[in-house]
Every structure is written in C-alpha cells, then in structure tokens.
Design a protein. Structure first.
Length: 255
C-alpha cells in the first residue's frame, strides 16, 4: 500500500514537472521570437475596440473617455489569464475585474510592477505575435512618453484615427515621427459609418494625402477605413492584411 502511494506521488510530481517544463519552454520561446504589434493613437480613438474585434471578444475595457492608463501586452496562452508584470519578468496573477480597474487607472499597479499581460487562447496570437495596447496620446505627458517608447520598440505600429477628426496637426506630427522609427505602419481610420457618402470620399482623399507624405522605398504605410458600429463589425480587410504580414514573416524565418 505504501509502495503504491509512493508510485502515485511520483507520477503526480512527474506530471506537474512536465507541465511546468512545457509552460516554461512555451514562455521562453515566446519571449525571444514574438512579432510585436503596437496600437497607438490619441485617447478614445478606438485602439482597444479594434483589438477586441481582432480577437473576437471584449477582453479589454473600452469607453468614450480616456480608458487605457497602462501598457497591456496580449499574447497567446492555452487559457485566459491576466498578470501584472515587472521589468525583470516577474509575474503576478490578477482577476479580470482587477485587470479592468488597473487598465482604467482606478486601481494602482502593485509596487514593483509596470505593465499588464493578458494571455488569451486565440489562433491569431498563437502565430507568435504580441499585441500591445497603449495609453492614448494627448492624455497625460508621462503616459505619452511610455507609449512612444513602447511603440518605437515594436515591429509594426497601428495608428488609430477618428474619421471625424482626421488630419489634425498632432496626427501629422506623430505619423512623421513613426515613419522615422518604424518601417511597417498601418493607419486605421475608424468610425467611417458616421460619415455620409461625400464625407467618406473626402476622408479617403485626406488619408491618401496624409500617408503619401511619409511613404518611400523604406516605409510601408497601409490605410484601412473601418466601421465602429458593433463595435468594429467591419474591419474592411485589416485582419486579412495582418494575416498576410504574419505569413510573410513566418516564411522569412524559415530562410
């Protein structure tokens, strides 16, 4: 009987060790080879809504007023989990409710932690990508500095704009800045469902003029016009474009 108990204990320990080793290898692999996509833009430009639409569920809080107060990294995980993470990689599990309060600035991060991490069982994320939701520009100076540093370290920048306010001086200046630090840029013009036909044509022309100023042989800026009803029921090809980018990246990694 004692021998049987010892065998069962050993098998339990072995199973737990195998699970730990599998998780450790998964995290190590992700840490070194992620394709990082940073979503940026002025506050309330629809960044979090767009990310939710891509992932097919409202994982991130959204709203009319400035919502995102902290960098949130979103990666693949076999099950849904939220963590506070430190600069040295330390992680602390938090509930979904706690995550939402931290993102909105209603609850402070625990001492020693600087960002949030969401692990989500998504096929898109399982393609070795990390989506980064950043605080909006023109919110707080300290948050804006954090956002700029985060976006500058990404492989791809997705800049979200409101169709009703496209082409303001700040967006022009920031797109110019992005073109100097990031070679792969997407411009998302959202809430196009709020425009009539003539306004939509005008916005398309504005967007074309805006990106033409910063597109050259080294910079690729792609523009998409999306509808916010639902929200973002119509991604208008952005999801397919992102898939094509990932396909190209995976092919290059095999060379």
């Amino acid at each position: 009987m004692k021998l049987q108990n010892r065998v069962e204990q050993f098998e339990t320990l072995k199973r737990e060790y195998d699970e730990y080793q599998t998780e450790y290898l998964r995290r190590s692999k992700l840490k070194g080879k992620l394709f990082r996509i940073a979503f940026c833009g002025v506050f309330s430009s629809g960044k979090s809504s767009l990310i939710n639409a891509l992932l097919g569920y409202d994982y991130l809080p959204t709203g009319i007023n400035p919502i995102t107060k902290i960098v949130t990294r979103i990666r693949y995980g076999p099950k849904l989990n939220y963590y506070c993470i430190s600069n040295n990689g330390r992680m602390m599990n938090v509930s979904e409710k706690e995550m939402r309060q931290i993102v909105q600035g209603k609850t402070a991060l625990p001492k020693g932690f600087s960002e949030l991490l969401a692990e989500i069982p998504s096929e898109l994320l399982n393609r070795k990508i990390e989506i980064i939701d950043t605080p909006g520009y023109q919110d707080e100076e300290s948050l804006e500095r954090i956002t700029r540093n985060t976006v500058n370290k990404s492989d791809m920048a997705v800049m979200c704009c409101n169709a009703l306010q496209l082409g303001n001086m700040f967006e022009k200046e920031y797109l110019e800045e992005l073109s100097k630090t990031t070679s792969c840029i997407c411009l998302i013009v959202n809430r196009c469902d709020k425009l009539n036909d003539n306004e939509y044509i005008d916005v398309q022309k504005q967007a074309e003029q805006l990106i033409s100023q910063y597109t050259d042989g080294n910079i690729a800026i792609k523009c998409f016009f999306t509808a916010s009803c639902g929200p973002y029921k119509n991604l208008n090809g952005f999801d397919n474009y992102l898939t094509s980018i990932l396909d190209s990246t995976e092919k290059l990694s095999l060379i």
